[in-house]
Design a protein around this ligand. Structure first.
Ligand code: GAL
Length: 671
């Protein structure tokens, strides 16, 4: 999906200021000064667009779109289903979600509609059609922003109403055909939970069924299916009048919804990034996590994504909310671009005077107009994006390494009730990802349905569940020369969460036999020696036996002393590595470093980068290298080759000096 320029702007709520024309006038003047070329309108405007059922008031919005356009600012137009007006919830209470405890929500808040509700769908379709009809007359409208942060209200985020229960049963009927097949897949004989009628099936809830892992897993799948269906419904509604591209704003690794599925009907992926910068002095853990989220958003379509929201200064919903220190706004914005974003957008343009977000950071504060550090930081980002516009838009990241991140595996691995109750897939995944980040190497993320071909190296930590055909795919990949890395607690269950019996599905490829798994606790440490350096492993130690694999490191303590911790097996033209324990970060870094070397993968500078410094590369006719310093102090990075700064033409070789929180965009000089 290509836009005519990199987008810079953000959420704009003129409907909160309709009685202050001088504010609206000032907004446009200051947007131009801040190099804003695009705003998002209408995200929560339903009550203003349709104050009473069937009474539409779109003139103000149309006027605003037109006025912005005449001033060079395009509109990302949102559909307003993210928050419901009172007339809707009062008259049609079935549009509101039912929580897991069975109670229906009261009106208020947001992101809490029932996505199955026929009435909700009917009402939002009527609204969306009106919007689309209007948008078809307005050249200022650039794209659709469907709803907002779908599912983002409650930790469970699912609706448990009767309409949803019926839809769930129907979905199960289509999946399994017969109750007999379902009972078998869910292992319902356990505790006598055999279903004899479809009507007996209910979503998993704390005061009801939670022990059937197959049910839990299918419920997660259903929630994604149903939300995707709602999203498609909205897209179809605007499509009747408009063929503009559509997106919806995702959030981090949002456990409730499988983004690989949700993204299917979108033209472009976008997301809202709110990292906890300055949480600690060491920014690396937050930088790693944020880089992973950006890379995921790019990987979903293997194409540039949009940073739809970020804060220009602080947020207001964590216990403490640090302001971005000098340099961090530019760095965090460029980090998104480095990993594939073609925009930097904010929540919000102007702080409202009242309600829950009046102290959330914004480009414009309640006072001081453009005379603030935040405003200047934002303008600087806008200007830089203008300078680099065509260079950035002709490029996208094309990593040679991939990591398997799979939502279905996530749900199953953490629901497993063993070997530890606090299995944390995301945390373990990020520790492995961090080894790439620290090396300055970008990776793609794929799920188990993704293609492995084309990557020189694939890592799949904590890959508990194997989807059908996955093991065969890995086998072909390794046989053809790929490097595959996996860990303890992998290849344990099939797609319905039933344990594999007999062999590990990748036994031949990995060349090991898994036997048992020790989880002595988070504080437990074992010792291993890898390449003559001593390291520690954490609270999970799997006991495996080498068959055809070569052992690279062994446990040095406990009754499984001498058993393998790290193995490599040559299989066909490739190699498969197995990590039986949860090693400390340093061991992961050393181990991945070696694998990358074998795969011929390295950062663009071909050197070891200092701690806190990383790189990401966007390939194109001109390759762009983003060298980022996440330390609040200057640092020198040793490099091989010669480089020029894309913004200024300044030349560097041997060593590049980075200021505190600086991101340089570099082009390698030939020869
Ligand atoms: C996002 C949301 C915005 C705003 C923002 C505050 O999650 O989409 O509407 O609430 O958070 O950080």
């Amino acid at each position: 999906m290509e836009f005519e320029r990199l987008l810079h702007g953000g959420d704009y709520n003129p409907e909160q200021w309709m009685d202050c024309p001088e504010v609206l006038k000032e907004d446009i003047a200051l947007m131009k000064e801040a190099h804003v070329n695009c705003v998002t309108l209408g995200v929560f405007s339903w009550a203003v667009l349709e104050p009473e059922e069937g009474e539409y008031r779109l003139e103000w919005l149309e006027g605003m779109i037109d006025r912005l356009y005449r001033n060079g600012i395009r509109t990302v137009l949102a559909t307003p289903s993210g928050a419901m007006p009172h007339w809707l919830t009062n008259k049609y209470p079935e549009t509101m979600q039912v929580r897991a405890d069975g109670g229906r929500n009261l009106p208020g808040r947001r992101h809490n509609f029932c996505y199955t509700s026929g009435k909700m769908r009917e009402k939002i379709r009527e609204m969306d059609r009106k919007l689309a009809e209007m948008a078809s007359r307005q050249p200022g409208v650039l794209m659709w922003h469907i709803s907002n942060e779908m599912g983002g209200n409650f930790s469970d985020s699912a609706c448990h109403c009767q309409e949803c229960q019926r839809a769930f049963r129907q979905w199960l009927k289509e999946r399994y055909g017969t109750l007999e097949a379902l009972n078998k897949a869910w292992w319902t004989v356990f505790w006598s939970h055999v279903y004899t009628d479809w009507e007996q099936i209910h979503s998993p809830v704390p005061h009801g069924e939670t022990t059937l892992h197959g049910l839990n897993l299918d419920w997660h799948r259903f929630v994604t299916h149903q939300m995707t269906d709602f999203l498609q419904w909205e897209i179809a509604s605007v499509r009747e009048y408009s063929d503009l591209p559509a997106t919806t704003n995702f959030m981090f690794f949002f456990r409730t919804l499988d983004y690989y599925k949700l993204q299917e009907g979108l033209d472009v992926v976008s997301w809202d990034s709110y990292p906890f910068w300055h949480k600690e002095r060491d920014e690396v853990p937050v930088a790693v996590k944020t880089a992973a989220y950006h890379s995921m958003m790019r990987s979903l379509k293997k194409a540039p994504f949009l940073l739809m929201e970020s804060t220009p200064s602080c947020i207001n919903w964590r216990e403490n909310n640090p302001l971005k220190h000098p340099g961090m706004h530019m760095l965090s914005s460029m980090q998104a671009v480095a990993h594939g974003s073609n925009s930097v957008q904010y929540f919000q343009w102007r702080k409202g005077r009242g309600s829950a977000e009046k102290f959330h950071g914004a480009v414009l504060d309640h006072r001081n107009g453009e005379n603030t550090r935040t405003f200047r930081d934002v303008a600087e980002v806008g200007k830089r994006l203008e300078t680099l516009d065509s260079l950035i838009r002709q490029s996208c990241n094309r990593p040679r390494a991939a990591m398997v991140f799979d939502w279905e595996n996530w749900w199953a691995a953490e629901d497993a009730t063993g070997p530890r109750l606090d299995m944390d897939y995301q945390r373990e995944f990020l520790r492995h990802y961090r080894a790439f980040w620290e090396a300055g190497v970008d990776v793609d993320m794929i799920n188990m349905d993704g293609e492995l071909e084309g990557y020189d190296m694939v890592s799949a930590p904590l890959n508990y569940l194997y989807k059908e055909g996955y093991a065969e795919k890995v086998e072909r990949y390794v046989a053809a020369g790929g490097i595959y890395i996996t860990t303890y607690w992998s290849g344990i269950v099939d797609e319905t969460d039933l344990c594999f019996i007999g062999e590990h599905p990748l036994r031949k490829v990995l060349g090991i036999r898994q036997e048992e798994i020790d989880a002595p606790g988070a504080d437990f440490r074992n010792c291993v020696k890898y390449r003559d350096v001593a390291y520690e492993t954490g609270g999970i130690c799997e006991v495996v036996h080498e068959e055809t694999a070569e052992v690279l490191a062994r446990y040095e303590k406990e009754y499984y002393k001498g058993k393998p911790v790290l193995t490599v097996n040559r299989f066909g033209n490739g190699k498969a590595y197995y990590l039986a324990a949860e090693p400390e970060q340093k061991l992961l870094n050393a181990f991945y470093g070696e694998c990358m070397e074998q795969a011929g993968i390295g950062n663009p500078f071909m050197t070891k980068l200092p701690y806190g410094v990383t790189a990401a590369e966007r390939k194109g006719e001109t390759d762009l290298i983003f060298l980022q310093n996440f330390r609040e102090e200057p640092v020198a990075a040793e490099v091989k080759g010669s480089y020029v700064e894309a913004d200024t033409g300044k030349a560097w070789q041997e060593e590049i000096l980075l200021k505190a929180f600086e991101c340089k965009v570099l082009i390698r000089k030939q020869g």
